[in-house]
Ligand binder design. Sequence first.
Ligand SMILES: [Zn+2]
Length: 249
Amino acid sequence: MSQRIKKCDAFALKVTEYSNTSQIIQFFSKEFGHIGVIAKGTRNPKNKYYGLIQQLGNYEIVIYKKDTTLSLLKEISLINDHNRLTSDLNMTTLAHAAAELYLQLMFEKDDHEKFYILLNQFYEYLPKVRKNHILVFWRFLLRVAGFLGFSLQFSKCQVCGIQNSELFHGISFVHNGFICSNCAGKRAATEHFQINESTRKLLLTLKSLHNLESFEITEQDIKTINTIFRTYLSHHLHKKIHFRSLEVL
Ligand SMILES: [Zn+2]
């Protein structure tokens, strides 16, 4: 076997059509992280892999690996198509948003496996919940932030240490967690994002996710907390992170 032939387990984060019969797939693999792959002829109905490669699917792939251009797909078999994710628009949207986030992240070599497992857990868990899937998504974002080295802390004001959650006034991007009204008043308004009582309660529940189906979450709260996460990730990654998939929610 050539040195360049590699086998790995991977998620298809993005699938696009290429030429008349081919596809280009952005995979995230357990072994190598991001890999761009060209699958020749897979849109030809006579091809043995016709119709197999779908976005969000989990596959075992064999590729001819190239470092500077697209790798070539040699063999592919399905591990899990996660078809339950597509049974509900809300769930599909969140699953796509997770893939969209991974496409924007750079991963350290040693982190590939844990990020792969995290995405797999998110896709497995999402269909097990009947409502409030967004809480599972936020929890996933918290774990992504933690793995990247900037966990959000929700137990106390991150500046003065006060634990009375009634006094939490906002989320500080600089101090990675809640900031109380007293400390926020002494700092630039651009350092934090102001929250109201319901968003504060939702953020506090993310630590444990007990009874996650018992919450009633408003559209406005969803928008606010999505914005907090987007801004928080953008601040730490020094680039603008987007969740276009979520715009349909
Ligand atoms: Zn404080």
